[in-house]
Design a protein around this ligand. Structure first.
Ligand code: BDR
Ligand code: CA
Length: 391
């Protein structure tokens, strides 16, 4: 992922050059990592500046707790967006997590109350009415900062150009709003690591993953922004089911963060069982954070990813193009040629439209590193170890 062994952060130019080099070298079929870092390398680095954009949310809450006790991160802000629950519930949940973690110095900002152009769809079926699976915590005493999330994001990115990674674990409304308001902003973001999307089917519709489904227009802005992107989607996050054993370890640790995580996790498992779900709860958002902390947890491959926004059945689907995936894959010696000649093709033309398929890009150029494999055991060692104060 984008964490560098050196202190010097990778710049946009370096990302683009490295991606182009991979294409030119015909290495697309091979595991594509911008940085093959290990956990110990990551631990020795200067903390990475991040902004966490979130809609807490059970797995958001655990991801926030994980992030806030990770010394590898310098959390410049937590920005909240409507998603799993309306903003008026998600915002206090984020404040609660900051308080439980004793990280009251981190600015927490309110963001969008609704997607860019759609009505809000929530996921209380999965996260409970209060977003925390029904786990109840006192009202936070911590207050949000006055600045709206999108303004805060702009200010921080402008203050630290090429240094800030956006860790997004909710719908992308706040990020798209910031990018829209400040056209130069994308060029100053170091990278964006998202929990969102899927190349293997959705979880709220057969096509769409929840975060992209809620605000596909915002997601499309982000995918087309030019920011170096890493997509940690359902392809890997559906392999992160929390179990009773995990919760028992959290419950046994006499630590406020572990106890809070255990309380949320226990409720989330009960909530899932009561509703008859066979799978989950999955720790989608924690995997995005953990994958940023320890890139060796994930296998990444380069794709050109775009978002379906018009589909009557498929809006929010993330569509991944690659000359070395699916039926289009080539022999290794043919990948380079394929990449240079493969157009990014849209839907077949209608009778009213042009005679040929619209070509969105005339050749394949990746815009996203997509996580395609995860080491789930090591992920849980890290998540549960950190939350329980043992790692
Ligand atoms: C994503 O949707 C939300 O329900 C979770 O918090 C996660 O961010 C998974 O599809
Ligand atoms: Ca989330």
């Amino acid at each position: 992922m984008d964490l560098k062994p050196e202190v010097k952060p990778i710049t946009r130019r370096e990302f683009v050059v490295s991606s182009a080099t991979m294409v030119a070298a015909g290495t697309l079929g091979i595991e594509a990592r911008s940085v093959p870092a290990t956990a110990s390398e990551a631990a020795n680095r200067t903390p990475s500046r991040v902004i966490i954009d979130t809609d807490p949310g059970v797995d958001d809450a655990l991801a926030l707790l994980l992030a806030m006790r990770s010394p590898e991160l310098s959390i410049e802000a937590i920005t909240v967006v409507a998603g799993n629950v309306p903003l008026e519930l998600g915002l206090p949940n984020a404040l609660r997590m900051a308080e439980i973690s004793r990280r009251m110095e981190i600015p927490v900002a309110a963001g969008a109350t609704a997607p860019l152009v759609r009505r809000l769809v929530t996921a209380t079926y999965a996260h409970g009415e209060n977003g925390l699976g029904g786990a109840v915590f006192p009202d936070p005493t911590l207050k949000p900062v006055a600045e709206p999330a999108a303004d805060l994001i702009q200010g921080i990115v402008r203050k630290y150009p090429d240094e800030v990674t956006l860790l997004t674990i909710g719908p992308l409304t706040n990020i798209a709003t910031a990018l829209h308001a400040d056209p130069e902003l994308a060029g100053k973001v170091r990278s964006l690591v998202m929990m969102g999307g899927s190349l293997s089917g959705g979880n709220i519709t057969p096509a769409a993953e929840f975060n992209v489904y809620v605000d596909p227009e915002a997601a499309r802005i982000v995918f087309q922004s030019g920011i170096p992107l890493t997509m940690v989607g359902l392809d890997v996050t559906r392999k992160t089911t929390l179990t009773d054993d995990h919760v028992r370890v959290l419950e046994a640790a006499p630590d406020p963060v572990s106890q809070a995580a255990a309380k949320i996790a226990r409720k989330a498992i009960e909530h899932n069982r009561e509703r008859g779900f066979i799978v989950g709860p999955n720790m989608h958002d924690s995997l995005a954070v953990a994958g940023f902390l320890d890139p060796s947890l994930l296998t990444l491959r380069e794709y050109y990813v775009d978002v379906e926004t018009a589909g009557e059945l498929t809006a929010g689907e993330t569509v991944g193009y690659s000359p070395s995936a699916g039926d289009l894959r080539r022999r290794p010696d043919g990948e380079r040629e394929a990449a240079l000649t493969m157009p990014i093709r849209g839907s077949a033309p209608t009778l009213a439209g042009t005679r040929t398929s619209p070509v969105l890009r005339d050749k394949f150029v990746p815009n996203t590193k997509v996580a395609v494999e995860v080491n789930s055991n090591r992920f849980f060692e890290r998540l549960i170890g950190r939350l329980s104060g043992k790692a």
